[in-house]
Write a protein that binds this ligand. Structure first.
Ligand code: COA
Length: 149
């Protein structure tokens, strides 16, 4: 597997991936909205490729939480590539990238996205708290933090 920096050319494939997965589809994020989010985001995007095919991605903003640390806004792996180590490789890469600049790294998972919550907890992220109605009424999100140094 290879991890590389994402480019504008990746945006259509990334938008398709985002809009096909529950956390974003449940918020009504379709292909067009996903493209706009990706294009307007200051975050860096890292892409995982397996056998030349885009397997997944992670977004990294090294000062995304201001003086508190870095923020990983989105991470996703195509269903056909899940549970084969791509998510782990992407998250490890993101942590390596932000570690020199941030004492902590944060991310957010929907409370009912048990797979993603288990995934980040397996990496030593701990719950800071539940943020009620964060993006939409009735949708609560868990704020996670991992201390890096
Ligand atoms: C969450 C997600 C990115 C994980 O990617 P993945 O490539 O399937 O994960 P990996 O195969 O690299 O797993 C890495 C580790 O995470 C843990 N993990 C992964 N999925 C898990 C699950 N369903 N339950 C418990 N632990 C899990 C395991 O500890 C695993 O380590 P192992 O190799 O010792 O088993 C992927 O499932 C996904 O894209 N989900 C949909 C989008 C999403 O919810 N994104 C996060 C919200 S921003």
């Amino acid at each position: 597997m290879k991890i590389r920096m994402g480019t504008r050319k990746d945006i259509p494939a990334l938008a398709k991936l985002i809009s096909s997965l529950a956390p974003w589809a449940d918020y009504g994020i379709n292909d067009e909205r996903a493209k706009k989010i990706l294009l307007n985001m200051p975050d860096k995007i890292y892409v995982a490729e397996k056998e030349g095919e885009l397997a997944g991605f992670i977004t990294v903003r090294r000062n995304g939480m201001g003086e508190f640390g870095a923020y990983l806004r989105m991470s996703a792996v195509k269903e056909s590539f899940q549970k084969q180590g791509s998510g782990k490789a992407l998250l490890e890469h993101a942590i390596r990238v932000v570690k020199p600049y941030a004492r902590s790294v944060f991310c957010v998972c929907h409370v009912e996205n048990k797979e993603a919550c288990a995934f980040v907890e397996a990496f030593g992220f701990s719950q800071v708290g539940i943020m009620q109605d964060l993006y939409q009424k009735g949708y609560d999100e868990v704020l996670y933090r991992k201390q890096l140094r």
